[in-house]
Ligand binder design. Structure first.
Ligand SMILES: Cc1cc2nc3c(=O)[nH]c(=O)nc-3n(C[C@H](O)[C@H](O)[C@H](O)COP(=O)(O)OP(=O)(O)OC[C@H]3O[C@@H](n4cnc5c(N)ncnc54)[C@H](O)[C@@H]3O)c2cc1C
Length: 546
């Protein structure tokens, strides 16, 4: 495994250009891309909208924010030194710990000197004559580079509910992904949380501990399962450290790069007693074992899915005392695991507190926000503080917010409005020298594992161009069609693709995102890597190189 190294000397940056490569975003993707491009001698500049590194773990400071990946399977795997010196303190680390970790990485690898913070990129234009990317920042500054890498995150463009008066509220109001750095007190306050996705579930559980009164506005319940987090003792950490090679090897082999993998048995191939015992075991196991380590047919077979959903529904009924509230918390419009499964630590018990109320906005929709609170079709509520746990314009949102124009002036956003398509999630034909880390249709799962792969693939391609005196790489049209067809095929038969969610490109808070599409690659990560490795091994013949 390579360790941090000094950049290699290289001939100067092409005349007239500010940088060889501009990277947008200083989260896990951008930091690692910077490190790997420096290694091949490039002059790189990262532009980051925030004031610090970490991306997701910089912005999402809301109470309760933490991993649902096992911490030690999430950190970077490439540097033995980093693995040796960083101790995780919990199996599922909270946000402050991960932010500290990424700051440690940035310091250790001396990354900050090539990052410009408080720098939101608003436009990126391919200059066909000069064959360079020109980017513009919010403050009007402009820079040019041969290559542009977007590392803007698939879950980093926050959205608010589309209701009138959203700006009118005069009390405190925070979006979970734009949480302030100063402490926020809920004590004695009338607090509202809008949204019950993965973030809402984490935030609600924490906020309910101190709020004077908490009202939760739920559009759609989710199937939440216990996280079973616990501290990591020093002895355990020593054992984890010794086991890193096996941990990362396992992540390489599993479909979603997690430590968990599907049980090869079918739901109906075992006796009812064996099935019940297995599901009880999963319900008391940490992390995503229950989602990713379940019987092989739970996410594709309607009957198997319905049976397991009934099992989880019973758990909810056992945990929530008021049967009416329990029924409101049980999803009726989608089966278990077909939307992102929130991981919880006492979420359902919150609704047994007398100072917590659940309002179903499916039954009584939000009408508007008022200076003092929220009005539904049924009631007017007054609040001191409102939390928007309303998520993100996922997958394409942060790219859509940049005016990206490729060859012939075509806009990326318009292109994707017609049809979401990429080449291996990294390139789009007609947008030469533009590379996306975690772009649409790349492998997701335990994301840093996929990020490391994407970043290294891009680094190898750029090194190949340099080695062969080439300046431009574009995806071939037929390669984009082939990959898009492959992605579509991989989604066939998945119950998740029959449900509205960010994974099918639907977001009621975003104009134009109301039709289901195949928004993500749902094949396995090993298949994905095999595909991409083949492209490189065959001399990048799926690309036009010039
Ligand atoms: C609350 C939460 C919990 C999560 N938990 C997990 C988990 O347990 N396991 C897992 O695998 N994944 C998890 N994820 C997904 C997580 O986003 C990824 O794991 C990972 O952090 C993505 O890193 P990234 O660098 O690709 O993107 P991000 O971390 O999103 O970073 C993108 C950066 O780009 C910057 N940026 C965007 N647009 C611009 C622009 N126009 N100009 C300048 N800068 C810009 C942003 O400010 C941001 O800093 C979670 C996501 C959220 C929101």
């Amino acid at each position: 495994m390579p360790t941090p190294s000094a950049p290699r000397a290289r001939p100067e940056t092409p005349r007239g250009l500010d940088f060889d490569t501009i990277v947008i975003g200083a989260g896990i993707s951008g930091l690692y891309q910077l490190y790997r491009l420096r290694e091949i001698g490039q002059k790189v500049r990262v532009f980051e909208a925030g004031t610090g590194v970490g991306g997701t773990w910089y912005w999402n400071r809301y109470p309760g924010c933490r991993f649902d990946s096992e911490s030690y399977s999430y950190g970077y795997s490439f540097s033995q030194e980093l693995l040796d010196e960083w101790d995780w303190t919990e199996h599922f680390a909270p946000q402050p710990e991960t932010e500290r970790y990424l700051n440690h990485v940035a310091d250790k690898l001396d990354l900050r000197r090539d990052i410009r913070f408080r720098s939101r990129v608003t436009a990126a234009t391919w200059d066909e004559d000069r064959q360079v990317w020109e980017i513009a920042l919010e403050d009007g500054a402009r820079y040019s580079a041969r290559y542009l890498v977007t590392a803007v995150g698939a879950l980093s463009a926050p959205t608010l509910p589309r209701i009138p008066g959203v700006e009118d509220f005069r009390g405190e109001a925070y979006h979970t992904a734009l949480w302030p750095k100063h402490p926020v007190s809920f004590a004695g306050k009338r607090v509202a949380v809008i949204g019950t996705g993965a973030t809402g579930v984490q935030a609600i559980t924490e906020i309910a501990k101190t709020a004077g009164r908490l009202t939760v506005f739920q559009r759609r319940p989710n199937w939440c399962t216990p996280l079973h987090n616990r501290p990591i003792t020093p002895a355990e950490m020593a054992e984890i450290r010794r086991g890193y090679p096996e941990i990362f090897e396992r992540c390489r082999e599993t479909a979603a790069c997690f430590l968990h993998t599907t049980d090869p048995r079918g739901t109906f191939e075992v006796s009812p007693e064996e099935r019940q015992a297995f599901w009880e075991m999963l319900y008391s196991s940490p992390g995503f074992a229950i989602w990713l380590g379940n019987f092989r047919d739970v996410l594709i077979d309607r009957e198997a899915n319905a049976l397991f959903s009934a099992f989880v529904a019973d758990k909810i009924r056992q945990r929530v005392k008021d049967p009416r509230v329990a029924e409101l918390l049980i999803p009726k419009d989608h089966g278990f695991g077909t939307r992102r499964v929130p991981q919880e630590s006492g979420y359902y018990e919150v609704y047994n507190q007398s100072d917590v109320e659940l309002v179903s906005i499916l039954d009584t929709p939000l009408e508007r926000m008022t200076p003092t609170g929220i009005r539904t079709t049924e009631r007017e509520f007054d609040f001191d503080l409102i939390v928007f746990a309303t998520g993100f314009d996922a997958i394409t949102g942060s790219l859509d917010r940049i005016d990206v124009r490729g060859a012939g002036g075509q806009r990326l956003k318009e292109r994707w409005r017609a049809r979401l398509e990429t080449f291996i999630g990294v390139m789009v034909d007609g947008f030469p020298n533009l590379f996306m880390v975690m772009g649409p249709h790349t492998a997701l799962g335990n994301i840093p594992r996929s990020i490391e792969y994407n970043v290294e693939w891009i680094r190898d391609l750029l090194a190949h161009l340099e080695r062969h005196g080439l300046r431009v790489a574009d995806a071939r049209r037929d390669a984009v069609d082939e990959w898009t067809a492959f992605v579509k095929k991989k989604g066939e038969g998945l119950l998740a693709n029959e449900v509205d969610s960010w994974m099918t490109g639907v977001n009621q808070n975003v104009e134009g995102k109301n039709v289901r599409i195949i928004a993500r690659y749902s094949g396995t990560a090993p298949e994905y890597r095999e595909w991409c490795d083949r492209v490189a091994a065959n001399g990048y013949r799926k690309l036009t190189l010039a």
